[in-house]
Design a protein around this ligand. Structure first.
Ligand SMILES: *Cc1c(COP(=O)(O)O)cnc(C)c1O
Length: 497
């Protein structure tokens, strides 16, 4: 049966999966959601023997129903190959009573690789299926990790161009170096004077600019999005929650049917939403623990039912979670509003007009699956130090936020259900913050000296992604004001401004 996708804001048209992948965002500004979340077609115990690639096929075919078996298997085998430094793709590492699901073994050593390795294939396939002859222009706002992962995924993919905007000064030095050294004639990287929300708001405005769309079409271009709002990002992320449950079963860590909890360091709400979808597909997940840093909009939302972005934007050591507008939350809002697009649109309108919205008690009652909490900067650093000293396991700052919030959850609830913690970046990506947490005297050293120190301390090999940028030349140096993003895009594409 074909699964169709609709906008959260009420546009009447239903879209096939490939159309939704190609378009990214709905025309009315809403997000595409499937008409229903499909159930796993085989008992979860049968997944225990499957490889990552096989699991990906079993899960993704249920969401992307208009892709043929051949197309989907082609996309999967080209995405999850030796770009990853381990055959299992997403290993589970047990430390204490938690299992760290390491999602950082791909090309850019952050979890964004899990979806962005496959998105270009899903998109190029979608273009062919829909007889689209325009060149696809990927427009992305990044708080650091998406940008590089998208650049790596789309670089030199025929029929595509990619333009990435990042907040100048708002990403780690290693993140910035990774982006500005990106090769590929079809790649552009632009720093903006503003924060991540400015970049994201600017990109959304470009997507909604009808005049620009017309001008692009005439020149043979069309936009699509590699941001986590694209269902082609969301669906591949469901896979590793199914996979991690199956791995726990296969290794005898849990019994068939036993519930687990999942803890996710959250920014745009994409990763944790994928875990929520996995739960709805039938994976025995009890609590979804949503971890925030000092930008704790989501914690406040889960505790009060009021989403309020009117607050200072705080730059933290976990920059990929420095977000005040968690775009993917809209999909959850739509769901708890009873798939009522009018209600969702009204709340999103409140958000646009006043910077906040309040959900009804009835809606709030449906958030029982979630637990929200946050870790301060000091708590995050202490967690890194504690995990290093106790287990000799060095984690990055984002994972440390999750690890710390997980400890708070256990303390709050007394719930000792076995827990998977999404480990979203390699410590090598945030070396300075990680090493400073272990010993502040490291701060005197240079970025790459710190890489060597981390190597000595952790005994984990320096990833290829880091080795490469040590000597790679800077290829991108464009910077613009936050209100000049349109001019910049027109300039890059050779359109009249
Ligand atoms: C993007 C990112 C996150 C946040 O994930 P969302 O899906 O946006 O909630 C957390 N940690 C790291 C390292 C990331 O790159």
């Amino acid at each position: 049966m074909e699964l169709l996708y609709r906008s959260t804001r009420g546009e009447k048209k239903a879209y096939t999966a490939s159309e939704a992948v190609l378009q990214g965002l709905a025309k009315d500004g809403g997000l595409f959601v499937p008409d229903q979340i499909p159930s796993l077609q085989r008992p979860i115990s049968e997944f225990a023997g499957l490889s990552y690639q096989e699991t990906a096929y079993e899960v993704m075919k249920l969401f992307l129903t208009d892709y043929t078996e051949e197309e989907l298997k082609y996309c999967i085998s080209h995405a999850y190959d030796d770009k990853f430094d381990t055959k299992v793709i997403a290993p589970l590492v047990k430390k204490g009573n938690a299992y760290y699901l390491e999602l950082f073994h791909g090309a850019t050593i952050a979890f964004k690789d899990m979806a962005l390795s496959i998105l270009p294939y899903l998109m190029v396939t979608a273009a062919k299926k829909n007889n689209c002859s325009n060149e696809i222009v990927i427009l992305t706002a990044t708080s650091g990790d998406t940008g590089k992962a998208a650049l790596a995924g789309f670089a030199n993919v025929p029929g595509t161009k990619i333009i990435v905007f990042y907040p100048k000064g708002g990403v780690s030095p290693i993140q910035e170096k990774q982006m500005v050294t990106q090769k590929g004639d079809n790649t552009w990287v632009v720093g903006i004077h503003g924060n991540f929300d400015d970049a994201q708001t600017g990109v959304k405005a470009l997507f909604n600019d009808k005049k620009l769309a017309e001008q692009m079409n005439q020149a043979g271009f069309q936009f699509s999005s590699a941001n986590s709002i694209n269902i082609g990002r969301l669906v591949p992320q469901v896979v590793y929650y199914v996979y991690s449950y199956a791995q726990l079963l296969a290794s005898g860590e849990i019994q068939n049917g036993e519930s687990i909890n999942v803890t996710v360091p959250t920014g745009n709400f994409g990763n944790i939403l994928a875990a929520y979808y996995a739960k709805q597909m039938g994976v025995p997940i009890h609590k979804l623990i949503c971890a925030s840093n000092d930008n704790k909009v989501l914690y406040d939302f889960f505790t009060t039912g009021c989403y309020d972005k009117n607050r200072d934007f705080i730059l933290t050591t976990s920059p990929s979670m420095d977000i005040l507008i968690s775009s993917n939350l809209e999909r959850l809002i739509y769901k708890i509003a009873g798939a009522d697009a009018n209600k969702d649109a009204a709340l999103m309108n409140d958000l646009a007009q006043t910077g906040k919205y309040v959900i009804t008690d009835e809606m709030k009652a449906q958030l029982a699956d979630f637990y929200g909490n946050y870790a301060t900067e000091e708590e995050t650093a202490n967690q890194i130090k504690k995990m290093y000293e106790t287990y000799h396991y060095i984690m990055d700052t984002h994972t440390a936020v999750a690890s710390c919030v997980y400890d708070k959850y256990v303390k709050d609830s007394g719930d000792n259900t076995k827990t998977v913690i999404a480990s979203t970046a390699s410590p090598y990506k945030f070396t300075r913050s990680v090493m400073n947490a272990i010993d502040p005297s490291y701060d005197e050293k240079g970025d790459f000296e710190l890489v060597d120190e981390l190597n000595k301390l952790s005994n984990v090999a320096i990833p290829k992604a880091i080795q490469e940028i040590r000597t790679a030349p800077v290829l991108h140096n464009r910077v613009c004001d936050k209100d000049q993003m349109k001019e910049t895009v027109c300039d890059i594409l050779g359109l009249n401004k």
